[in-house]
Design a protein around this ligand. Structure first.
Ligand code: NAG
Ligand code: NAG
Ligand code: NAG
Ligand code: NAG
Ligand code: NAG
Ligand code: NAG
Length: 196
């Protein structure tokens, strides 16, 4: 029975997957909101929009994961330019997990913040109405990655040249996309079962 229901739902599944894969950004709602708001802020201040850097996204997610047990009061400890001495997570290892060449990360800038429940209003303020807004309009930076975990949000701004572009040899972002897809596929089945 469940199988039959699933086959009748197949066209909707296709539409769902299509809609999902045609989205240019991540599979995380609050991260998308932050990305959009930052680009709106850029437009409003006469800057071109950031392009999306999937490697930076991957790295930001890994950093957020490794910060998840840190108290919010430490947020400013992790703000830094990646060429400087790292303070907490094992960045070298995280570069490896995202298949990023470590020598393309020096000039990037990491902007972490910690907000209980990732309250959208407060997050937007943290990025656009704080000293972070200087980094968001610094002409050195041309693309962006966003990651989050629990109460941590990590924004990474990257350059368009070899000293800060977060480049990789192969394509870990494809794996990331697959991961999202499988996640949403399971989500879809779950919803399909619920509405039946
Ligand atoms: C953006 O450009 C417009 C048109 O050139 C100008 O009127 C406006 O003051 C500028 N805004 C900022 C924040 O520089
Ligand atoms: C980064 O390292 C790779 C080898 O790991 C090398 O081929 C490349 O030239 C280096 N790039 C820079 C900007 O140093
Ligand atoms: C987010 O924070 C603002 C300001 O403190 C508050 O007014 C709002 O209710 C919060 N939203 C949620 C969903 O908690
Ligand atoms: C940037 O943040 C500062 C507070 O640090 C604020 O005074 C300023 O208005 C913000 N800039 C813009 C363009 O919103
Ligand atoms: C890369 O771009 C940044 C920012 O524009 C600049 O400071 C840096 O010197 C450039 N590095 C290289 C290797 O071109
Ligand atoms: C990189 O960004 C700088 C500053 O925005 C821009 O002047 C330059 O043309 C860009 N280079 C490439 C190769 O896109």
């Amino acid at each position: 029975m469940a199988f039959l229901k699933l086959t009748t739902l197949f066209p909707f599944l296709l539409i769902y997957v299509f809609l999902f894969t045609s989205s240019p950004a991540h599979c995380n709602e609050i991260e998308d909101v932050i990305l959009k708001e930052i680009n709106t802020f850029r437009k409003n201040t006469n800057h071109t929009e950031f392009s999306h850097n999937p490697n930076a996204d991957c790295f930001a997610d890994k950093v957020a994961e490794s910060l998840k047990d840190e108290p919010c009061s430490r947020a400013s400890d992790f703000f830094y330019q990646l060429g400087m001495v790292p303070r907490l997570p094992n960045y070298q290892q995280l570069f490896g997990k995202c298949n990023i060449k470590a020598n393309t990360t020096k000039d990037a800038m990491m902007l972490p913040t910690c907000v209980p429940k990732l309250n959208k209003t407060l997050l937007i303020e943290d990025y656009t109405q704080s000293p972070y807004n200087k980094s968001l309009t610094n002409p050195s930076f041309t693309s962006i990655g966003v990651g989050s975990k629990d109460q941590w949000m990590v924004v990474l701004v990257t350059t368009n040249n070899s000293s800060g572009s977060f480049s990789s040899g192969s394509a870990p972002s494809l794996l990331g996309l697959l991961h999202c897809l499988i996640g949403s596929f399971i989500g879809f089945i779950f919803i399909a079962l619920l509405i039946n």
